[in-house]
Design a protein around this ligand. Structure first.
Ligand code: NDP
Length: 483
């Protein structure tokens, strides 16, 4: 299996290699096999990418918005035409099953390119009458935007950041996670093939130090990070030095509340979607599943039966429903949480072990009788591990659900819709669902509150985070000076 790209980086409209950079091996998580060998960007390449972005941005911003949008929409079409090929690459890189990547990665990226391509020409300012005078506002791009990605949704992450940035007239320098560097290069190549002028999308490979160098570079105007809270803290602080704009899409420990009037099948299906999709490596996962006591036994029985029927295996086989975790280190981390949960007294209902095969597989795991103070109920696991907690009444569960430093997502399953809206209204979270979970269409603003982040991706909200307002006061008469 090989997925070697033409070169490690994409700079100023072309693939670029510099073997002087530190080696970066890309492994297929289902086998541990090396599928590509890349090199981290040297300072000279970082310089080239940032200079190219700065140079290209002004002309791009001056283009008609409809022209910018047309290029993005063309890129969306190309991505859809190549969905199969891009999905196989994403599966090789991340280990996520093809069954998922075919419907959730390049397709989601294409949706973002199409949506923001259509959005670009609709952006307008305001006019504000001031008697004889008036004020108007203009939406201007920020300039050069740096994107830094996590490893769980590499194609989606570059597209969610790049599509609005480009649509509104910015240039982009993107650093993928060192674990999943491949698909971002293809997205950059596709944008270029669609007619994007050179310099507007640049992809640099590297480790955390490359991210840190980009965040503090004076040529950078905005940083958008998808990553963990500890990295978010560092990046936010570094960006603050230069008063740069930031979007932070960070981690979570989200509550999913199941009332005992909920449809059993829907609640179980929702909880599984909220914990097992992408082997549980989803930031918005509802990993604290609060189940009302009257539903508990039925819920656990059905959950166990459906969880034990999940097909794990080769992610390239379309029948496979769950693949490995992204890396050996992530698997060890998840196994550590599983051991810890047992020690702290959680009851293992199913799973809990590695699979006896090559690759970084952990069986889908359910713990019951989890209490709020257990580590597994407080920290983000980022693996296929569901914690089921019991509750009795609405006020109690809301207070417990909110007792976390995170605030990315929340979900409620109930057939009492008044209660569904009431409970969601009181939960401290940015992205919420009622009788659904983890659906994130591009039309919906996405992001967190509290330590889960600042800013929003997607929807109309993205405009706020990739443009700034220029206010122009126009005097129509003589200047009234008191001197
Ligand atoms: P990390 O925070 O470890 O890394 C995220 C990115 O930041 C990587 O590209 C990483 O590079 C880079 N980075 C690391 N250190 C620095 C630094 N000092 N300055 C700048 N960049 C740096 O996250 P993971 O990749 O482990 O991803 C998992 C996390 O991401 C989870 O916490 C998850 O919840 C969160 N996430 C949030 C999402 C959201 O939208 N809210 C969506 C998906 C994931 P490198 O990998 O090379 O070290």
């Amino acid at each position: 299996m090989k997925a070697q790209p033409e070169a490690s980086h994409f700079i100023d409209g072309a693939f670029v290699e510099d073997k002087a950079g530190a080696p970066l091996e890309v492994l297929h998580p289902a086998s541990g096999e090396v599928i590509a060998r890349l090199h981290a960007a040297t300072p000279a390449l970082v310089d080239r990418a940032l200079n190219a972005a700065r140079r290209a941005q002004a002309d791009w911003a001056a283009r008609l918005p409809v022209e910018r949008g047309r290029i993005l929409r063309r890129a969306a079409d190309i991505m859809r035409e190549r969905n199969h090929e891009l999905s196989v690459l994403e599966t090789l890189d991340t280990g996520k099953p093809l069954q998922e990547t075919l419907v959730a990665d390049a397709t989601s990226g294409a949706d973002a390119l199409e949506y923001f391509g259509g959005f670009a020409p609709t952006v307008t300012g305001q006019t504000v009458p001031q008697g004889r005078d008036f004020i108007y506002t203009l939406r201007e791009p920020l300039g050069v935007c740096v994107g830094i990605g996590a490893w769980n949704y590499p194609t989606q992450i570059i597209c969610w950041k790049t599509a609005p940035a480009l649509a509104f007239g910015n240039a982009v320098v993107f650093k993928p996670s060192e674990l999943t560097p491949l698909s971002a290069l293809q997205v950059a190549a596709i944008l270029t093939e669609a007619g994007l002028p050179a310099g507007l999308i640049n992809v640099l490979q590297g480790f955390g130090d490359l991210g840190a160098a980009l965040v503090s570079d004076p040529r950078v105007d905005k940083v958008s990070l998808t990553g963990s809270v500890p990295t978010g803290r560092k990046v936010y602080a570094a960006a603050a030095e230069g008063i740069r704009h930031v979007t932070m899409e960070l981690g979570g420990k989200s509550p999913l509340i199941v009332f005992d009037d909920a449809s059993l099948e829907d609640a179980v299906g929702g909880a599984m979607m909220a914990n097992f999709y992408s082997s549980g490596q989803v930031c918005s996962n509802g990993t604290r599943v609060f189940v009302q006591r009257g539903m508990k036994d039925r819920f656990l029985d059905r959950l166990t039966a459906r969880t034990e029927a999940i097909r794990l295996g080769d992610p390239l086989d379309e029948a496979t429903q769950m693949g490995p975790l992204v890396s050996e280190a992530q698997m060890q981390k998840v196994m550590g949480y599983i051991e810890g949960a047992r020690t702290e007294g959680a009851r293992l209902v199913t799973g809990g072990q590695r699979l006896n095969r090559p690759g970084y597989y952990v069986a889908p795991t359910v713990f019951a009788d989890v209490t709020d103070d257990m580590t597994i109920a407080r920290e983000e696991v980022f693996g296929p591990v569901m914690s089921v907690l019991d509750f009795d009444d609405e006020d109690e569960v809301i207070a417990r659900a909110n007792a976390t430093e995170f605030g990315l997502s929340a979900g409620v399953f109930t057939q009492d819709l008044a209660r569904g809206h009431r409970v969601i209204g009181r939960l401290q979270a940015g992205s919420c669902w009622i009788n659904a979970y983890n659906l994130t269409p591009v039309e919906a603003p996405f992001g967190g509150v509290k330590q889960s982040g600042v800013g929003r991706e997607n929807g109309h909200a993205a405009l706020e985070h990739y443009t700034q307002i220029k206010t122009v006061y126009v005097g129509m008469g003589p200047v009234d000076a008191p001197y």
